[in-house]
Design a protein around this ligand. Sequence first.
Ligand code: LMR
Length: 428
Amino acid sequence: MLTASTALFSRSITKSGSTLARRSASIWANVPQGPPDPILGVTEKFKADKSPKKINLGVGAYRDGSGKPYVLPSVKKAEKLLFDAAGDKEYLPITGLAPFTKLAAELAYGKDSKPLVENRLAITQSISGTGALRIGTAFLARHYPGAKTIYLPTPTWGNHIPIAKDSGLEVKHYTYFDKKTVGLDFEGMKADIKAAPEGSIILLHACAHNPTGVDPTEAQWRELSDIVKEKKHFPFFDMAYQGFASGDILKDAYAVRYFVEQGHQLLLCQSFAKNLGLYGERVGAISFVCADAEEKARVDSQLKIIIRPLYSNPPVHGARLVSAILGDEALYNEWLSEVKGMADRIIDMREKLYNKLVELNTPGEWGHIKSQIGMFSFTGLKPEQVDALAEKAHIYLTRDGRISMAALNSNNVEYFAESVSKAVKGEL
Ligand code: LMR
């Protein structure tokens, strides 16, 4: 009798020669080729392009005015402080560096926020925002008392979907973006959130919605808070851009702080990749607003149970850098002006891009380039136009038409606008 694997092996030999035979003989013979990541795959294509004109508008990573990665001066100072302090390289506790998580919570919620003052915020350090989301969704999959369904906006950050699914949550969507107005479809959003079964998990981008750059207004956040409360939904905030959206950390934290004031028991993911430029340090946090200190202790214990088999405990360096900056008045103030500087440079690029597209009589309405907020602009470019930009102009962006505004600067914005204009006119 042939076993399944020998049958496969002999079939493949008779089928098409030695390569297939070798493949079938391997343990990994049936591993299918996966597609490239929709965002990070763009960087791979960009790197393979040898043209001096090339521009990578794919990944959301800040670049300075000359297109170079930017290490914030406050971060450089903190690096020096850490070097001089010559700290050890011991393991951190499972939930991370305590001064870091305290400062991260204060930054997001405010020092006087009730959950902090009343010692009922469970918080852990995470491997940046992605790690926070992964811990959060895993926690919900285990402990959320309602249906394990998470509602994500359409569209949302591409990674939200696999993160939630890999953690075992069912993914559903709510309306967010209106293609016609290139703005928020607030009526559609409210209707869908109202229609979701009571007690659903609703993921909300706290500020600088990725990929659209379209946020609810403060008044709209207040309405959303009422709906979420009325429906007993669970608000799950992803805040990857505090300070980076408007240049003001308080303004960008409005939704989170308002929801907390309204008594929501929310969950919050934070990232320090963008606002401190600590992309590769992978430093973030996830926190849960609990009812009291005793509940917080139980949630803490379960966070440890999730994290320990995943990666044991988080890396120390990025958390020390963040603590050195947020915990020192002078460095903190310096950082506030740096984060504003990054936000302002992006706003300036929006203006320049808009003006150039209009000057070139580019068909369509481009006002959204200026009204959208944060790292990205959702241009409305079609997948074929995106492909043409890559093939003909060496310009790389995600196929949904999202561009990272941070990669534009005074040396490449005109070339980009001219290329977009040609792509839209079908002249590329
Ligand atoms: C992005 O959306 O480009 C960033 O958040 C980076 C990433 O990991 O996708």
